[in-house]
Design a protein around this ligand. Structure first.
Ligand code: 2PG
Length: 231
């Protein structure tokens, strides 16, 4: 039995400003960093062996805080970011192969990035509702198949997150590693849809709070046997 921890990054400057973020690379604000510290505290009774994060700095900051603020979580090991480890031209991080007894590898991937919000990126969410109407904006934000103008639907996002989850993250869970994934409202909604077998209606109602870890137990058959939310 291994554990999978999912955490949506802490509040970002654009979450606070109520702006569509998508792939715009905004950092955590002070509240977001505090949420990440609280998440680290909530994770303190567990051990984590491997991390995954999107390439966006708000998720990177969150996982860095989670894995450095709490000794117990890491068992005294230092997180080491392995950027571009999938790139065949990657030459290793300064010729350093790594030592799993002293380090926690954190793999970064674009596949975990937030859904691409296209022409909505940067716009204020309330003003967008005023301009286009509540119903269509809700569809753009929460429908599984409807694409926001110029952007990705949740189905498009799932088409990159789920293969990545199956290939890369599941491999570590199979090997017995406890895995922490730091990502985004919609990239995580697509993964939770898959893990919880949600249908398109159910995922439309799924909202994730910033900085609150979700813990799954995964058995040897790669099935979820329990889920708790560390509120
Ligand atoms: O702005 C975004 O990228 C996302 C997450 O903050 O917005 P939404 O609330 O529509 O999922």
């Amino acid at each position: 039995m291994t554990k999978l921890f999912l955490v949506r990054h802490g509040q970002s400057t654009w979450n606070a400003a109520n702006r569509f973020s998508g792939w715009v690379d905004v950092p955590l604000n002070k509240k977001g960093r505090q949420e990440a510290f609280q998440a680290a505290h909530k994770l303190s009774s567990y051990q984590i062996d491997v991390g995954f994060t999107s390439l966006l700095v708000r998720a990177i900051e969150t996982i860095a805080i989670c894995l450095t603020e709490c000794e117990q979580v890491c068992g005294g090991r230092s997180p080491v970011f392995k950027h571009d480890a999938d790139d065949p031209n990657w030459k290793g991080w300064d010729n350093y192969e790594g030592d799993h007894s002293q380090e926690i590898p954190i793999f970064t991937s674009r596949d975990l990035d937030e859904r691409y919000y296209g022409n909505l990126q940067g716009l204020n969410k309330t003003e967008t509702v005023q301009k286009f109407g509540k119903d269509i904006v809700h569809q753009w934000r929460r429908s599984f198949v409807t694409r926001p103008p110029g952007g990705e639907s949740l189905a498009d996002t799932a088409a990159r997150t789920i293969p990545f989850f199956g290939d890369r993250i599941m491999k570590h869970l199979r090997d017995g590693d406890n895995v922490l994934v730091s990502a985004h409202g919609n990239s995580l909604r697509s993964i939770i849809m898959y893990l919880d077998h949600l249908d398109e209606q159910e995922v439309a109602n799924l909202e994730l709070v910033t900085g609150i870890p979700i813990v799954y137990d995964i058995n040897a058959e790669e099935k979820v046997t329990s889920k708790i939310i560390l509120n």
